[in-house]
Write a protein that binds this ligand. Structure first.
Ligand code: SF4
Length: 329
């Protein structure tokens, strides 16, 4: 021991020596996208403008921490419009809703705000256009996801067929293959979707659709950052909800790049056995996970390890979506 070292410094040195070293890579972009940011802001501004309670149909974004924070401010979350009493404002979630939902709200004279992400609304308009052209739509997405339910609800029943897997793309037999289109969910795996689109284009050369796919910038950027980061990691932790499609995809991308990967809602869900033999940890967060939960995770890891952190930045995002006029006028 250095004869000049203070007892306090000595205690810190001993503590540091007791902790193993851990290299922590932090992906960027990660966490909130512009659509999620806008949706949360809409609920907060509605609460400021009209006071509590403000009703929200479906989780505004797929994150329990966000939903609980908004509940604390006076938001009430329901699954269906008939749970909303007359005379109170209601907000539709970022995932989008079938056309029947705003129609029902209007019929009841409800004051409603649509927090559907503009990039999801864009897919809704593409669906309408394809149907107007008389085309049947092959929609690549996940059964039961609210975005898929919302997009199917933009067109008449039977106008779309869901394609969930490459096998679906290989087997689907549209009635009129020369008159079809395709669209995709915004939060899919970039690689899997490219394979499915390529298969549809190979089988149906006349198929119409977006250039590439409808996967949004945020989903693509977060997956690209994990692709760059994960090959260097033994373990990747993704902060996000299990019902968050883009978060699940981040975990899958990390696994495909050879890392062991887990999706957790909060740092408290960590099983420290996962860290056995781990020298490099990667961290990212889905588009609906707030940065505070990433920082909570880093703090908890830093309690157990001497952390040397490094940012892996593959893109810088500056996308901001406008708020509805009803909240800015
Ligand atoms: Fe919009 Fe993409 Fe965010 Fe979904 S993940 S809310 S589509 S920006």
């Amino acid at each position: 021991m250095n004869a000049l070292a203070s007892p306090a410094n000595h205690a810190e040195d001993t503590l540091a020596r007791a902790k193993p070293a851990l290299h922590v890579l932090i992906a960027a972009p990660r966490g909130f996208c512009a659509g999620v940011d806008r949706a949360i802001h809409i609920v907060e501004l509605a609460l400021e403008r009209w006071g509590a309670p403000v009703y929200v149909r479906h989780e505004i974004v797929h994150n329990r921490f966000v939903v609980d924070s908004l509940k604390d401010k006076g938001a009430i979350f329901v699954e269906e419009l008939d749970e909303v009493p007359d005379g109170v404002p209601v907000i539709f979630s970022a995932h989008g809703v079938p056309k029947a939902v705003p129609a029902a709200a209007e019929a009841r004279g409800l004051n409603y705000l649509d927090a559907t992400c503009p990039l999801v609304s864009k897919v809704h308009r593409q669906a309408e256009r394809l149907v107007d052209q008389g085309r049947h739509i092959l929609f690549i997405g996940h059964q039961g996801h609210p975005e898929v339910i919302g997009t199917f609800g933009q067109v008449p029943a039977g106008a779309m067929t869901l394609i969930e897997t490459l096998e679906d793309a290989q087997r689907v037999q549209p009635e009129n293959p020369d008159n079809i289109g395709f669209l995709t969910q915004t939060t899919l795996s970039v690689d899997d979707t490219a394979d499915m689109v390529a298969e549809l284009q190979r089988r149906f050369p006349a198929i119409q659709g977006p250039r590439g796919d409808d996967i949004c910038y945020a989903t693509s950027n977060r997956q690209a950052a994990v692709k760059a980061m994960a090959p260097r990691c033994d373990l990747v932790l993704v902060i996000g909800a299990t019902n968050s499609s883009n978060s699940q995809r981040l975990r899958e991308v990390a696994e495909r790049e050879g890392a062991c990967a887990y999706l957790i809602q909060r740092a408290s869900e960590i099983d420290w056995d996962w860290f056995d033999g781990v020298t490099t940890l990667g961290i990212t967060a889905g588009a609906s996970a707030p940065e505070v939960l990433v920082q909570e995770l880093i703090a908890m890891v830093s309690d157990r390890f001497v952390v040397e952190s490094e940012n892996i930045t593959t893109a810088v995002e500056e996308v901001v979506f406008k708020l509805p006029r009803a909240l800015t006028a």
